[in-house]
Ligand binder design. Structure first.
Ligand code: GLN
Length: 290
């Protein structure tokens, strides 16, 4: 059938339901269902059997389901990630965290890296791809989320290790030592922000978003527990909310980290906070006995 009338109908349907990027969303749906570019479909027509699946997708979108869940996949750091209900959708902002780590460690060998609250596994996979001989472990509590991470690890054929565990459990942290880099994009929205979520974000798992009253619970607890898993001169790098740069810097400082920096995302917002464990902090000073 002709593509143009169906395309126009779906775009105006989504617009009438106040979906902001209606044309982009319909393009993504058409291209995903058919495996062809929209421009090509406009000249060649669209297979009749694709009409109903497209109408169903548009209806889900009209009811506020995120485009990424409807497509079942989304791109992160140039890599395809499977996503769906139960896992946080990878955000472009999070690429700032990957960039920072790659900038600091590109060319380093045999790094030990842990990604806490790995979700879809997107950070762990992007780091593993660009640091091929690193030993990267992604840790995630949610069974639903880690099932996406497993699928993504399989899809990319990269040697990321996945562990289903609670990063706030001291027993989990105790299983790790001598880490060169600890990265995390933990839940960091405040109770107040959780009350005013955009409809699409309300479809995402609350456990991936809610960071307690001030949004800082995970930073406080992860830093206190996991600093002991770092090797001397090991690094922590967190994604943070744009208002949290100063608070998370203070948490790292209170835990004895140094060389603390806040890095901005492409929109110019504070997005990543990083610091280094000084070589001596947690080593007992041995009395000189000779
Ligand atoms: N950046 C996400 C948002 O604003 C929050 C992700 C998170 O809490 N780690 O929706």
């Amino acid at each position: 059938m002709d593509t143009k009338p169906l395309y126009d109908e779906l775009v105006s349907y989504l617009r009438s339901r106040s979906i902001p990027d209606a044309a982009f969303d319909v393009r993504c749906m058409c291209e995903q269902v058919t495996g062809r570019r929209l421009e090509q479909l406009m000249t060649e027509g669209i297979p009749t059997e694709d009409e109903n699946p497209l109408r169903n997708m548009a209806q889900r979108r009209a009811f506020g389901e995120p485009l990424q869940y409807i497509l079942g996949e989304w791109e992160f750091y140039g890599m395809r990630m499977f996503v769906g209900r139960g896992v946080l959708i990878p955000r472009p902002d999070t690429e700032t965290l990957v960039d920072l780590v790659l900038r600091e460690y590109k060319g380093s060998h045999s790094l030990r890296i842990a990604d806490l609250c790995t979700g879809s596994g997107c950070i762990a996979l992007a780091l593993q791809k660009h640091l091929p001989d690193a030993n990267v472990t992604g840790i995630e509590l949610s069974g639903e989320a880690i099932s996406y991470a497993r699928r993504n690890v399989g899809e990319h054929g990269l040697p990321v290790t996945l562990v289903q565990a609670d990063v706030l459990d001291p027993g989990t942290a105790a299983g790790f030592s001598e880490l060169d880099v600890l990265v995390s994009n933990p839940p960091y929205l405040t109770d107040e922000e959780m009350q005013h979520l955009q409809k699409e974000i309300r479809s995402e798992p609350e456990t991936a978003l809610a960071g307690g009253r001030d949004g800082l619970d995970f930073y406080r607890r992860i830093t206190a527990l996991w600093k002991h898993a770092l090797r001397p001169s090991g690094r922590i790098a967190y994604e943070t909310g744009e208002q949290q740069g100063a608070d998370v810097s203070r948490i790292l400082a209170e835990n004895g980290l140094t060389e603390i920096r806040v890095v901005k995302d492409l929109a110019g917002h504070d997005r990543v906070v990083t610091g280094i464990l000084p070589a001596q902090t947690f080593q007992e000073t041995q009395p000189v006995t000779d």
